[in-house]
Design a protein around this ligand. Sequence first.
Ligand SMILES: Nc1ncnc2c1ncn2[C@@H]1O[C@H](COP(=O)(O)OP(=O)(O)O)[C@@H](O)[C@H]1O
Ligand SMILES: [Mg+2]
Length: 309
Amino acid sequence: MDDRKPLLQVTHLKQYFRINRKFTVKAVDDVSFEIYPGETYGLVGESGSGKSTIGRSLIRLYDPTEGKIIFNGMDISGKLKSEENRKLRTKMQMIFQDPMASLNPRKKVIDLIALGLDIHKSCSSAEERKKRVYEILDMVGLSHEHANRYPHQFSGGQRQRIGIARALIMNPDLIIADEAISALDVSIQAQVVNLMKEIQRKTNIAYLFIAHDLSMVKYISDRIGVLHFGHLVETGTTEEIFSNPVHPYTRSLISAIPHPNPAAERERKALSYDYATSGIDYHQGTLRNVGGTHQVLATEEELQAWTAK
Ligand SMILES: Nc1ncnc2c1ncn2[C@@H]1O[C@H](COP(=O)(O)OP(=O)(O)O)[C@@H](O)[C@H]1O
Ligand SMILES: [Mg+2]
């Protein structure tokens, strides 16, 4: 995995919001990770940990306070030239938790899905435009008749398919899915996740899959990053994280997941973690390698203590 070239490389990203003269929110504080072509990177952390801010910084809804973002070999962390901006707006797409909020209720599905094509003037005829939309409808499991309906005529799961279609039509290399399935019923969540996986097999698209629920992230991700108070405290393959969680915050998250097996569930001990009383200072630690692609934010002493058996 390491000899491949990353699609996205984030190094020492900081995104601060200055509230007033005395107070600045450090929403993202020195976060580094990479995403390879065709893989799913799951970003997990409790509400307020900075997940959405990372997504928005990547897609350049904000100007990063500090750090570097390389996407497709292109530095997108500074001021963008119009051609770079155009490339970013097509090759990186975002889907959100509430597709209804981003879908104009007065527009038909065909026009909603074709929006990106229209903005970038990608089609030379109405025929071509319709054909592209139909192809994408097939891909997300909606029918061609759906093209002439309005968003309110769809269920939550179907609306999220429209959201995915709308992102896909631009042929992106990366989709950032910010809590995209968190609001759906569990059975519908599985359908949408399976659809996303199927699309990935066909197109080799990469996902940054953002969620607060680690068990959901586990199911879809090749690799995972655990975020806490704006810091990436642990990252690695899904296997590395689940078989050998090192950071006490990661351990507490994993210990909170119920076991499907009743005997194992009776044995499960939820570990608590309180940063304020933990003695840990995220600013003192650096990302340290613990084997493979597995890294933990720690000082030398912390790492020794956490890995001592
Ligand atoms: N535009 C903003 N201005 C000020 N503070 C913000 C802004 N956006 C997010 N924050 C703050 O940054 C922190 C991280 O927020 P967010 O990235 O939305 O977390 P998450 O998506 O993990 O719930 C929170 O404390 C939030 O209040
Ligand atoms: Mg969020």
